[in-house]
Ligand binder design. Structure first.
Ligand code: ASP
Ligand code: MG
Length: 408
Protein backbone atom coordinates (compact mmCIF):
# COMPACT_ATOMS: atom_id res chain seq x y z
CA UNK A 1 0.00 0.00 0.00
CA UNK A 2 1.19 3.47 -0.82
CA UNK A 3 1.91 6.61 1.16
CA UNK A 4 0.25 9.54 -0.55
CA UNK A 5 0.46 13.24 0.21
CA UNK A 6 -2.61 15.10 -1.05
CA UNK A 7 -2.85 18.86 -1.24
CA UNK A 8 -6.18 20.62 -1.69
CA UNK A 9 -6.27 24.26 -2.79
CA UNK A 10 -8.52 27.08 -1.65
CA UNK A 11 -11.42 26.39 -4.01
CA UNK A 12 -11.47 22.75 -2.89
CA UNK A 13 -12.03 23.78 0.74
CA UNK A 14 -14.06 26.94 0.09
CA UNK A 15 -16.99 25.93 2.31
CA UNK A 16 -18.17 23.12 4.62
CA UNK A 17 -19.71 21.10 1.78
CA UNK A 18 -16.50 21.12 -0.18
CA UNK A 19 -14.52 20.16 2.90
CA UNK A 20 -16.88 17.21 3.35
CA UNK A 21 -16.16 16.26 -0.29
CA UNK A 22 -12.45 16.36 0.43
CA UNK A 23 -13.06 14.09 3.43
CA UNK A 24 -14.92 11.62 1.18
CA UNK A 25 -12.02 11.50 -1.26
CA UNK A 26 -9.51 10.97 1.54
CA UNK A 27 -11.71 8.20 2.95
CA UNK A 28 -11.74 6.38 -0.40
CA UNK A 29 -7.93 6.28 -0.32
CA UNK A 30 -7.99 5.05 3.27
CA UNK A 31 -10.50 2.35 2.31
CA UNK A 32 -8.01 1.13 -0.31
CA UNK A 33 -5.45 0.80 2.47
CA UNK A 34 -3.24 3.79 1.65
CA UNK A 35 -1.61 6.05 4.20
CA UNK A 36 -2.68 9.62 3.57
CA UNK A 37 -1.17 12.94 4.63
CA UNK A 38 -3.35 15.91 3.65
CA UNK A 39 -2.08 19.46 3.18
CA UNK A 40 -4.66 22.23 2.98
CA UNK A 41 -4.82 25.83 1.82
CA UNK A 42 -7.07 28.39 3.42
CA UNK A 43 -10.61 28.79 2.06
CA UNK A 44 -10.40 30.62 -1.25
CA UNK A 45 -10.21 34.37 -0.75
CA UNK A 46 -9.35 34.03 2.93
CA UNK A 47 -5.64 34.87 2.68
CA UNK A 48 -6.47 37.99 0.64
CA UNK A 49 -9.11 38.96 3.18
CA UNK A 50 -6.62 38.65 6.03
CA UNK A 51 -3.99 40.69 4.20
CA UNK A 52 -6.57 43.41 3.55
CA UNK A 53 -7.47 43.41 7.26
CA UNK A 54 -3.81 43.79 8.17
CA UNK A 55 -3.49 46.76 5.82
CA UNK A 56 -6.44 48.41 7.52
CA UNK A 57 -4.44 48.31 10.75
CA UNK A 58 -1.12 49.26 9.28
CA UNK A 59 -0.39 50.15 5.65
CA UNK A 60 2.89 48.28 5.80
CA UNK A 61 2.06 45.35 8.08
CA UNK A 62 5.08 44.21 10.11
CA UNK A 63 6.09 40.90 8.47
CA UNK A 64 6.20 38.87 11.68
CA UNK A 65 2.69 39.90 12.69
CA UNK A 66 1.39 39.45 9.16
CA UNK A 67 2.55 35.83 9.23
CA UNK A 68 0.84 35.25 12.58
CA UNK A 69 -2.34 36.58 11.01
CA UNK A 70 -2.40 34.93 7.58
CA UNK A 71 -1.54 31.47 8.90
CA UNK A 72 -4.90 31.40 10.68
CA UNK A 73 -6.61 30.72 7.34
CA UNK A 74 -5.04 27.28 7.07
CA UNK A 75 -5.59 26.56 10.76
CA UNK A 76 -9.34 26.80 10.15
CA UNK A 77 -9.48 24.36 7.25
CA UNK A 78 -7.26 21.67 8.79
CA UNK A 79 -9.35 21.51 11.96
CA UNK A 80 -12.57 21.35 9.96
CA UNK A 81 -11.30 18.53 7.75
CA UNK A 82 -10.09 16.54 10.75
CA UNK A 83 -13.55 16.98 12.31
CA UNK A 84 -15.27 15.79 9.13
CA UNK A 85 -13.07 12.68 8.99
CA UNK A 86 -13.58 11.89 12.67
CA UNK A 87 -17.32 12.27 12.29
CA UNK A 88 -17.26 9.69 9.49
CA UNK A 89 -15.39 7.29 11.76
CA UNK A 90 -11.90 7.78 10.31
CA UNK A 91 -9.10 8.56 12.74
CA UNK A 92 -7.49 11.90 11.91
CA UNK A 93 -5.40 14.63 13.52
CA UNK A 94 -4.59 18.16 12.37
CA UNK A 95 -1.31 20.03 12.82
CA UNK A 96 -0.12 23.55 12.19
CA UNK A 97 3.29 23.98 10.58
CA UNK A 98 4.87 24.68 13.95
CA UNK A 99 3.36 21.53 15.46
CA UNK A 100 4.69 19.27 12.71
CA UNK A 101 7.85 21.19 13.02
CA UNK A 102 8.27 22.41 9.52
CA UNK A 103 11.44 24.28 10.35
CA UNK A 104 12.19 27.30 8.15
CA UNK A 105 14.57 30.24 8.10
CA UNK A 106 13.26 33.50 9.57
CA UNK A 107 12.44 35.34 6.34
CA UNK A 108 8.84 36.20 7.20
CA UNK A 109 6.56 36.10 4.18
CA UNK A 110 9.04 34.17 2.04
CA UNK A 111 10.64 31.63 4.35
CA UNK A 112 12.43 28.57 3.05
CA UNK A 113 11.97 25.12 4.53
CA UNK A 114 15.07 23.72 6.23
CA UNK A 115 13.89 20.52 7.87
CA UNK A 116 10.77 18.52 8.62
CA UNK A 117 10.29 16.13 11.52
CA UNK A 118 9.01 13.17 9.50
CA UNK A 119 9.12 10.70 12.42
CA UNK A 120 6.35 12.48 14.24
CA UNK A 121 4.04 12.19 11.22
CA UNK A 122 5.05 8.58 10.62
CA UNK A 123 4.13 7.79 14.21
CA UNK A 124 0.57 9.00 13.67
CA UNK A 125 0.28 7.26 10.29
CA UNK A 126 1.41 4.07 12.00
CA UNK A 127 -1.54 4.39 14.34
CA UNK A 128 -3.89 4.48 11.36
CA UNK A 129 -4.50 8.22 11.37
CA UNK A 130 -4.94 10.63 8.54
CA UNK A 131 -2.51 13.46 9.24
CA UNK A 132 -3.85 16.86 8.16
CA UNK A 133 -1.21 19.59 7.89
CA UNK A 134 -1.62 23.34 7.40
CA UNK A 135 0.02 24.41 4.16
CA UNK A 136 2.01 27.59 3.55
CA UNK A 137 3.41 27.84 7.09
CA UNK A 138 6.33 26.84 9.23
CA UNK A 139 8.24 27.90 12.28
CA UNK A 140 11.73 29.31 12.66
CA UNK A 141 14.45 28.41 15.13
CA UNK A 142 13.17 31.05 17.58
CA UNK A 143 9.65 29.59 17.51
CA UNK A 144 8.15 32.38 15.39
CA UNK A 145 5.51 31.51 12.81
CA UNK A 146 6.62 31.97 9.20
CA UNK A 147 5.01 31.67 5.76
CA UNK A 148 6.46 30.37 2.51
CA UNK A 149 5.10 32.96 0.07
CA UNK A 150 1.79 33.08 -1.78
CA UNK A 151 0.71 29.72 -3.13
CA UNK A 152 3.10 28.12 -0.66
CA UNK A 153 0.86 25.18 0.24
CA UNK A 154 2.08 23.42 -2.90
CA UNK A 155 5.59 23.65 -1.55
CA UNK A 156 4.51 22.36 1.87
CA UNK A 157 2.99 19.32 0.19
CA UNK A 158 6.03 18.56 -1.94
CA UNK A 159 8.40 19.08 1.00
CA UNK A 160 6.35 16.69 3.14
CA UNK A 161 6.27 14.14 0.33
CA UNK A 162 10.05 14.39 0.01
CA UNK A 163 10.63 14.10 3.77
CA UNK A 164 8.28 11.12 4.06
CA UNK A 165 9.53 9.55 0.81
CA UNK A 166 5.91 9.38 -0.27
CA UNK A 167 4.97 7.37 -3.34
CA UNK A 168 3.17 10.33 -4.87
CA UNK A 169 2.31 13.93 -4.14
CA UNK A 170 -1.15 14.76 -5.49
CA UNK A 171 -2.13 18.39 -5.96
CA UNK A 172 -5.92 18.71 -6.15
CA UNK A 173 -7.07 21.92 -7.74
CA UNK A 174 -9.87 23.40 -9.83
CA UNK A 175 -8.42 22.24 -13.15
CA UNK A 176 -8.09 18.58 -14.10
CA UNK A 177 -4.44 18.70 -15.06
CA UNK A 178 -1.78 20.55 -16.98
CA UNK A 179 -2.85 21.57 -20.47
CA UNK A 180 -0.94 22.09 -23.70
CA UNK A 181 -1.97 25.72 -23.34
CA UNK A 182 -4.68 27.76 -21.63
CA UNK A 183 -8.00 26.19 -22.73
CA UNK A 184 -9.70 29.57 -22.33
CA UNK A 185 -7.61 30.83 -25.23
CA UNK A 186 -7.40 27.63 -27.26
CA UNK A 187 -10.49 25.45 -26.80
CA UNK A 188 -8.65 22.63 -28.59
CA UNK A 189 -6.01 22.50 -25.82
CA UNK A 190 -5.41 19.00 -24.48
CA UNK A 191 -4.65 17.71 -21.01
CA UNK A 192 -1.16 16.21 -20.85
CA UNK A 193 -0.80 12.70 -19.38
CA UNK A 194 2.78 13.41 -18.36
CA UNK A 195 5.24 16.26 -18.45
CA UNK A 196 8.78 16.59 -17.12
CA UNK A 197 9.77 18.80 -14.18
CA UNK A 198 11.91 20.84 -16.52
CA UNK A 199 9.02 21.52 -18.89
CA UNK A 200 6.66 22.27 -16.03
CA UNK A 201 9.13 24.80 -14.63
CA UNK A 202 9.35 26.54 -17.97
CA UNK A 203 5.58 26.58 -18.36
CA UNK A 204 5.12 27.91 -14.83
CA UNK A 205 7.76 30.61 -15.18
CA UNK A 206 6.25 31.61 -18.52
CA UNK A 207 2.93 32.36 -16.91
CA UNK A 208 0.98 29.10 -16.59
CA UNK A 209 -0.15 29.26 -12.97
CA UNK A 210 -1.13 25.73 -12.02
CA UNK A 211 1.58 25.19 -9.40
CA UNK A 212 3.83 27.40 -7.33
CA UNK A 213 7.18 27.43 -9.14
CA UNK A 214 9.13 26.60 -6.01
CA UNK A 215 7.13 23.45 -5.47
CA UNK A 216 8.11 22.22 -8.94
CA UNK A 217 11.78 23.01 -8.30
CA UNK A 218 11.58 21.16 -5.02
CA UNK A 219 9.85 18.16 -6.58
CA UNK A 220 12.47 18.00 -9.33
CA UNK A 221 15.34 18.26 -6.90
CA UNK A 222 14.06 15.46 -4.68
CA UNK A 223 12.43 13.51 -7.50
CA UNK A 224 8.96 13.52 -5.93
CA UNK A 225 6.38 12.22 -8.43
CA UNK A 226 3.89 15.05 -8.60
CA UNK A 227 0.37 14.75 -9.95
CA UNK A 228 -2.00 17.63 -10.66
CA UNK A 229 -5.66 16.66 -10.68
CA UNK A 230 -9.17 17.99 -10.16
CA UNK A 231 -10.79 17.85 -6.76
CA UNK A 232 -14.21 18.04 -8.40
CA UNK A 233 -14.04 15.16 -10.86
CA UNK A 234 -12.32 11.88 -11.51
CA UNK A 235 -9.44 11.23 -13.88
CA UNK A 236 -5.69 10.77 -13.73
CA UNK A 237 -4.71 14.40 -14.09
CA UNK A 238 -1.15 15.09 -15.22
CA UNK A 239 1.89 13.33 -13.80
CA UNK A 240 5.06 15.41 -13.55
CA UNK A 241 8.21 13.30 -13.45
CA UNK A 242 11.89 13.16 -14.32
CA UNK A 243 11.42 10.74 -17.17
CA UNK A 244 10.93 11.99 -20.66
CA UNK A 245 8.88 8.93 -21.56
CA UNK A 246 10.07 6.62 -24.31
CA UNK A 247 6.95 7.08 -26.31
CA UNK A 248 7.89 7.33 -29.99
CA UNK A 249 4.84 9.49 -30.54
CA UNK A 250 6.15 11.97 -28.00
CA UNK A 251 5.46 15.38 -29.47
CA UNK A 252 8.35 17.77 -29.94
CA UNK A 253 6.44 20.50 -28.17
CA UNK A 254 4.65 19.77 -24.89
CA UNK A 255 3.05 23.10 -24.32
CA UNK A 256 2.71 26.73 -25.30
CA UNK A 257 2.93 29.38 -22.62
CA UNK A 258 2.17 33.04 -23.04
CA UNK A 259 2.37 36.13 -21.00
CA UNK A 260 0.93 39.60 -21.41
CA UNK A 261 2.62 40.95 -18.30
CA UNK A 262 5.82 42.17 -19.88
CA UNK A 263 6.76 45.46 -21.44
CA UNK A 264 9.63 46.27 -23.75
CA UNK A 265 12.20 49.05 -23.44
CA UNK A 266 14.58 50.11 -26.16
CA UNK A 267 17.56 52.37 -25.85
CA UNK A 268 18.33 53.69 -29.35
CA UNK A 269 21.68 54.86 -30.65
CA UNK A 270 23.86 53.33 -27.95
CA UNK A 271 27.59 53.87 -28.68
CA UNK A 272 29.09 50.52 -29.69
CA UNK A 273 31.82 50.32 -27.06
CA UNK A 274 32.82 47.76 -24.43
CA UNK A 275 30.86 48.17 -21.20
CA UNK A 276 27.74 49.67 -22.75
CA UNK A 277 25.50 46.72 -21.80
CA UNK A 278 26.78 46.86 -18.26
CA UNK A 279 26.17 50.60 -18.04
CA UNK A 280 22.57 50.00 -19.10
CA UNK A 281 21.65 46.91 -17.09
CA UNK A 282 23.77 47.72 -14.03
CA UNK A 283 21.50 50.58 -12.91
CA UNK A 284 18.42 48.50 -13.80
CA UNK A 285 19.67 45.74 -11.51
CA UNK A 286 20.55 48.26 -8.80
CA UNK A 287 16.93 49.45 -8.94
CA UNK A 288 15.89 45.83 -8.27
CA UNK A 289 14.17 45.47 -11.62
CA UNK A 290 14.21 41.97 -13.04
CA UNK A 291 15.04 41.71 -16.74
CA UNK A 292 13.73 38.90 -18.91
CA UNK A 293 14.66 38.91 -22.60
CA UNK A 294 17.55 40.97 -23.99
CA UNK A 295 18.40 41.77 -27.59
CA UNK A 296 21.23 43.87 -28.97
CA UNK A 297 22.60 44.30 -32.45
CA UNK A 298 25.09 46.61 -34.13
CA UNK A 299 23.93 48.89 -36.89
CA UNK A 300 26.04 50.32 -39.69
CA UNK A 301 26.59 53.62 -37.93
CA UNK A 302 28.56 52.02 -35.08
CA UNK A 303 25.69 52.38 -32.65
CA UNK A 304 23.39 49.69 -31.32
CA UNK A 305 19.77 49.42 -30.28
CA UNK A 306 19.55 47.75 -26.89
CA UNK A 307 16.17 46.18 -26.10
CA UNK A 308 14.94 44.24 -23.09
CA UNK A 309 11.71 43.27 -21.37
CA UNK A 310 10.59 43.74 -17.77
CA UNK A 311 7.36 43.12 -15.88
CA UNK A 312 4.85 45.80 -16.88
CA UNK A 313 4.58 47.01 -13.26
CA UNK A 314 8.23 48.02 -13.49
CA UNK A 315 8.21 49.68 -16.88
CA UNK A 316 7.78 53.27 -15.64
CA UNK A 317 10.53 52.81 -13.09
CA UNK A 318 12.84 51.21 -15.67
CA UNK A 319 12.11 53.97 -18.14
CA UNK A 320 13.14 56.61 -15.61
CA UNK A 321 16.40 54.78 -14.93
CA UNK A 322 17.07 54.51 -18.67
CA UNK A 323 16.52 58.22 -19.28
CA UNK A 324 19.39 58.85 -16.90
CA UNK A 325 21.53 56.17 -18.51
CA UNK A 326 20.82 57.58 -21.98
CA UNK A 327 22.17 60.97 -20.88
CA UNK A 328 25.28 59.58 -19.27
CA UNK A 329 26.32 57.31 -22.16
CA UNK A 330 25.11 59.55 -24.97
CA UNK A 331 22.38 57.30 -26.34
CA UNK A 332 19.76 58.82 -28.64
CA UNK A 333 16.40 57.98 -27.03
CA UNK A 334 14.38 55.63 -24.83
CA UNK A 335 11.28 53.97 -26.24
CA UNK A 336 8.83 51.97 -24.11
CA UNK A 337 6.13 49.63 -25.37
CA UNK A 338 3.72 47.88 -23.04
CA UNK A 339 1.54 46.42 -25.75
CA UNK A 340 3.59 43.32 -26.30
CA UNK A 341 3.11 39.66 -25.48
CA UNK A 342 5.52 36.80 -25.15
CA UNK A 343 4.75 33.36 -26.58
CA UNK A 344 6.92 30.38 -25.70
CA UNK A 345 7.08 26.87 -27.09
CA UNK A 346 8.26 24.40 -24.46
CA UNK A 347 9.33 20.81 -24.97
CA UNK A 348 12.23 18.52 -24.10
CA UNK A 349 11.68 17.03 -27.57
CA UNK A 350 13.39 20.12 -29.02
CA UNK A 351 16.73 18.76 -27.87
CA UNK A 352 16.61 16.02 -30.45
CA UNK A 353 14.80 17.85 -33.23
CA UNK A 354 16.31 20.55 -35.42
CA UNK A 355 14.19 23.11 -37.17
CA UNK A 356 11.67 23.84 -34.42
CA UNK A 357 12.46 27.55 -34.47
CA UNK A 358 12.14 27.88 -38.23
CA UNK A 359 8.85 25.99 -38.13
CA UNK A 360 7.63 28.39 -35.45
CA UNK A 361 8.68 31.42 -37.49
CA UNK A 362 7.00 30.05 -40.61
CA UNK A 363 3.71 29.53 -38.78
CA UNK A 364 3.83 33.10 -37.49
CA UNK A 365 4.81 34.45 -40.91
CA UNK A 366 1.88 32.66 -42.52
CA UNK A 367 -0.38 34.61 -40.16
CA UNK A 368 1.51 37.85 -40.98
CA UNK A 369 2.58 38.19 -37.36
CA UNK A 370 5.77 40.20 -36.93
CA UNK A 371 8.37 38.92 -34.45
CA UNK A 372 9.99 41.67 -32.38
CA UNK A 373 12.35 39.63 -30.22
CA UNK A 374 13.50 36.01 -30.05
CA UNK A 375 15.21 34.02 -27.34
CA UNK A 376 15.96 30.34 -27.15
CA UNK A 377 17.13 27.78 -24.62
CA UNK A 378 17.57 24.05 -24.89
CA UNK A 379 13.90 23.29 -24.33
CA UNK A 380 12.21 26.63 -25.07
CA UNK A 381 11.78 29.19 -27.82
CA UNK A 382 10.19 32.51 -26.94
CA UNK A 383 9.10 35.34 -29.18
CA UNK A 384 7.79 38.79 -28.41
CA UNK A 385 4.96 39.97 -30.64
CA UNK A 386 2.36 42.71 -30.69
CA UNK A 387 -0.17 41.97 -27.95
CA UNK A 388 -3.09 42.18 -30.35
CA UNK A 389 -1.93 39.04 -32.20
CA UNK A 390 -1.45 36.92 -29.09
CA UNK A 391 -4.52 34.70 -29.45
CA UNK A 392 -4.00 34.24 -33.16
CA UNK A 393 -0.36 33.28 -32.58
CA UNK A 394 -1.07 30.78 -29.83
CA UNK A 395 -3.89 29.15 -31.80
CA UNK A 396 -1.84 28.90 -34.99
CA UNK A 397 1.16 27.42 -33.16
CA UNK A 398 -1.04 24.99 -31.26
CA UNK A 399 -2.47 23.70 -34.52
CA UNK A 400 0.82 23.91 -36.40
CA UNK A 401 2.67 21.78 -33.89
CA UNK A 402 -0.07 19.15 -33.83
CA UNK A 403 -1.24 19.85 -30.29
CA UNK A 404 -4.96 20.25 -31.01
CA UNK A 405 -7.11 17.53 -29.53
CA UNK A 406 -8.81 15.34 -32.12
CA UNK A 407 -12.21 16.68 -33.15
CA UNK A 408 -15.05 14.80 -31.46
N1 ASP B 1 -3.39 30.43 1.38
C1 ASP B 1 -2.11 30.77 0.83
C2 ASP B 1 -2.30 31.70 -0.37
O1 ASP B 1 -3.40 32.04 -0.71
C3 ASP B 1 -1.30 29.59 0.45
C4 ASP B 1 -1.87 28.69 -0.61
O2 ASP B 1 -3.05 28.72 -0.90
O3 ASP B 1 -1.12 27.91 -1.19
O4 ASP B 1 -1.33 32.12 -0.94
MG1 MG C 1 -2.73 27.79 -4.77
Amino acid sequence: MALIVQKYGGTSVANPDRIRNVAKRVERFRDQGHDVVVVLSAMSGETNRLIALAKEMNEVPPPRELDVLVTTGEQVTIALLAMALLKDGYDAISFTGAQVRILTDDAFGKARIQAIDADRIRGHLGKGRVVVVAGFQGVDEAGDITTLGRGGSDTTAVALAAALKADECQIYTDVDGVYTTDPRVVPAARRLETITFEEMLELASQGSKVLQIRSVEFAGKYNVPLRVLSSFGEGNGTLITLEEGNNMEQPIISGIAFNRDEGKLTLRGVPDIPGAAYKILGPIGDANIEVDMIVQNIGLDKTTDFTFTVHCNEIKKAQAVLEQVAKSIGAREVVANERIAKVSLVGVGMRSHAGVASRMFKILADESINIQMISTSEIKISVVIDEKYLELAVKALHTGFGLDKPAE
